[in-house]
Design a protein around this ligand. Structure first.
Ligand code: NAP
Length: 375
């Protein structure tokens, strides 16, 4: 019998590539990797290298663009599942409505229309979509609020926070789309809402996100501990959950929006300040001796060792749009119990996430190894 087919959009991305890896390593599905340009070997070779020996033919490449209507139709036709990770992941843009919101919202509609056609053709079952905690985490809520799938970020607008707004509107667009489907066109949509995603990068072009922050801490470009708290999660956990939710979970369980969707809040619960996480990380770095000494205090991190708003913005200007809400005094709290219970799943320990991220940066030659740095 022919293998069932999973389509992964955004397959070149940080999350998408781990979803492809997880599918190839732990399932027997055939995988269609959707990328902007299937001929671009620079962007796709690292994915070809993930194919287990003797499994040639399980991974195929398809070209599609979120901004082009009908672009995903061919890739999705005849498939059984879609993991939709593709999005513009950009916090700012000159034209935020056009370049962030429209791309992400129209993009998801494009993919959903392709799923509808595949449903009519008799194969399609479920789309798992990478959403974000930024669609849940309403920073206007009082400190101490514990975020769950029941929350919705109502304060983000295209003016004040275009990326979270685009993610929220993408979810809403997907909700509206499936709700309007006739019974013969019905398929399921499941949302995964990860916090900030960390973990070892697989390709050099992934160095535009969390890996770049870790690299800059390791090299000393950012010589202090970011005074920030936010929900985070390991990229490998994110991939595992996307793949598990292709078939597991009863769609409809406890979603407040629609009877055909399941929301999954995925962020490490944060009973202690995230700043301790950063501190543990900095102390683990074996070759920034000078900085470590300054940070190595027994109880907490001294204020002077924390990078303040101006310093952080200077180093990572696009990262911090909500610094004031994210300082360690106002740590956001997430309850991720639903997904852990549903899948019998535990999050990767933060020390492992960080250690593996650092090892990857060294292995890829982005940061000198301690031995080389000390010689
Ligand atoms: N990273 C995080 O901390 C985080 C946290 C929560 C949620 N998420 C969500 O996770 C998903 C994946 O993010 P990521 O971190 O993996 O980002 P990423 O590495 O930038 O990957 C984004 C992917 O989307 C593709 N893409 C962008 N614009 C496209 C377009 N117009 N048409 C087709 N494909 C397009 C990119 O293709 P190219 O390679 O061609 O650019 C890339 O494959 C996104 O939906 C994001 O909102 C991310």
């Amino acid at each position: 019998m022919a293998a069932e087919i999973v389509v992964v959009t955004g397959a070149t991305g940080f999350v998408g590539s781990y979803v492809v890896k997880e599918l190839l390593e732990t399932t027997s599905y055939a995988v269609r990797a959707v990328v902007r340009d299937a001929q671009n070997a620079d962007k796709t070779q690292f994915l070809r290298d993930l194919v287990p020996e003797g499994d040639d033919g399980r991974l195929s490449f398809w070209s599609a663009d979120l901004t082009s209507d009908g672009s995903f139709d061919a890739a999705v036709m005849g498939s059984h599942y879609v993991v939709h990770t593709a999005a513009t992941v950009s916090l700012t843009a000159r034209h935020p409505q056009r370049d962030i919101v429209d791309v992400n919202v129209n993009g998801v509609r494009n993919v959903l229309r392709a799923c509808q056609q595949a449903t009519r053709a008799g194969t399609f079952r479920r789309m798992v979509m990478t959403a974000s905690v930024s669609t849940i985490e309403d920073l206007a809520l009082p400190a101490g609020h514990v975020f769950t799938e029941a929350d919705f970020n109502n304060s983000a607008t295209v003016q004040n926070d275009p990326y979270p707004y685009s993610k929220r509107m993408s979810e809403q667009a997907a909700m509206d789309f499936v709700q309007a489907l006739s019974s013969e066109d019905k398929f399921e949509v499941v949302f995964v809402n990860p916090g900030a995603i960390y973990g070892p990068h697989l390709a050099a072009h992934h160095l535009n996100g969390s890996s770049a922050i870790i690299r800059d801490l390791m090299t000393g470009k950012v010589p202090m501990c970011p005074q920030l708290a936010f929900g985070y999660v390991d990229v490998r956990d994110v991939a595992k959950v996307h793949v598990a939710l292709l078939t597991q979970g009863t769609a409809g369980a406890s979603s407040h929006w629609s009877s055909s969707t399941l929301l999954t809040c995925m962020s490490n619960p944060m009973p202690q300040s995230a700043i301790c996480w950063w501190r543990a990380f900095l102390l683990a770095i074996p070759f920034s001796g000078e900085n470590i000494e300054r940070l190595d205090v027994k109880s907490g991190v001294p204020a002077q060792s924390c990078l303040n708003k101006q310093g952080w913005q200077a180093l990572h200007p696009t990262v911090i749009t909500h610094y004031d809400q994210l300082t360690h005094d106002l740590q956001p709290l997430f309850d991720s119990s639903k997904i852990r219970q549903l899948l019998g799943f535990e999050f990767t320990a933060k020390e492992k996430t960080l250690k593996d991220s650092m090892d990857a940066l060294i292995a890829h030659g982005e940061v000198e190894s301690p031995a080389e740095a000390n010689s």
